[in-house]
Design a protein around this ligand. Structure first.
Ligand SMILES: [Zn+2]
Length: 263
């Protein structure tokens, strides 16, 4: 089983080595900004690396919203990231499920997701698996609770679309982790990546505040059980830099009985 961490984007392979990780996730641009990703000088090195790469799209992307001034640039930025992720040989592009504004019809949000995949298909497709991630907060989210996720998949399930399950977001979003993988797979048919994070916020708090696996409000054994059931690669998005994440990766390898990559 591949296990890694979300790391700084300057030299992701060095970050992987520092954590004995065989998988890394990183941003290709400012996660709070609208700038398109620049071509990377290390693209060839990244493409041929033994380490599996995942790209996390910027947080500002919200393809579901009814607000044209957010939705249209969101689509473009997502497609730009898909192209940039393809250029470095990434295994997937993770993007949050998004939301509509208070008072807006969530059904339109789901249809906006469908239009996003249709728009990409018209431009030759995304080129890299797009993995929609569940989110923790808000009352109008497309992928916080499973009832919404089921409606989202009704809208986009005919396209090639993957799913990234974040344990912090699920728990803080109000979904019990016990048996969650089966309930998700009944909707999506797949889990492509697990974001293994503990939660500083309480169950159903709606707070997106990650903690190290041994801290927080989630029983770490539940996180391990989710990973086992999902059978997907794992990325920790936990605090504490090299030290904190190395400890989290070590904990998971020990619990799951998997060896670290040869040094
Ligand atoms: Zn996440």
């Amino acid at each position: 089983m591949r296990i890694g961490a979300h790391v700084d984007s300057t030299d992701p392979l060095a970050e992987a080595a520092a954590r004995s990780a065989d998988t890394v996730q990183f941003f290709l641009s400012d996660p709070q900004g609208w700038k398109a990703p620049k071509p990377r000088e290390d693209a060839e090195r990244l493409r041929t690396a033994e380490v599996d790469l995942y790209v996390h799209a910027p947080y500002v992307i919200n393809v579901a919203t009814l607000n044209n001034r957010i939705r249209i640039p969101s689509r473009k930025l997502l497609l730009g990231h898909a192209n940039a992720a393809t250029a470095i040989g990434a295994k997937g592009l993770i993007v949050h499920g998004g939301h509509v504004n208070a008072g807006d019809d969530l059904a339109v949000g789901f249809d906006n997701w469908r239009k996003t995949f249709a728009y990409a298909a018209d431009s030759g497709g995304f080129g890299v698996p797009v993995l929609i991630e569940n989110t923790a907060g808000g009352d109008n989210a497309c992928a916080r609770r499973l009832d919404a996720l089921a409606r989202l998949w009704d809208a986009i399930g005919d396209y090639e679309v993957g799913f990234c399950l974040d344990t912090c977001h699920a728990y803080a979003g109000g979904e019990d982790l016990l048996g969650l993988v089966d309930r998700v797979k009944a909707i999506t048919g797949r889990i492509d990546l697990v974001h293994a994070n503990n939660s500083k916020g309480a169950f159903n708090s709606g707070q997106d505040r990650h903690d190290n696996l041994g801290g927080g409000t989630i029983d770490p054994e539940l996180v391990v059980a989710v990973i086992r059931a999902a059978g997907a690669p794992v990325v920790v998005e936990t605090p504490g830099g090299v030290e904190g994440q190395t400890a989290d990766i070590g904990f998971l390898r020990q619990q799951l009985g998997t060896a670290s990559p040869a040094a």
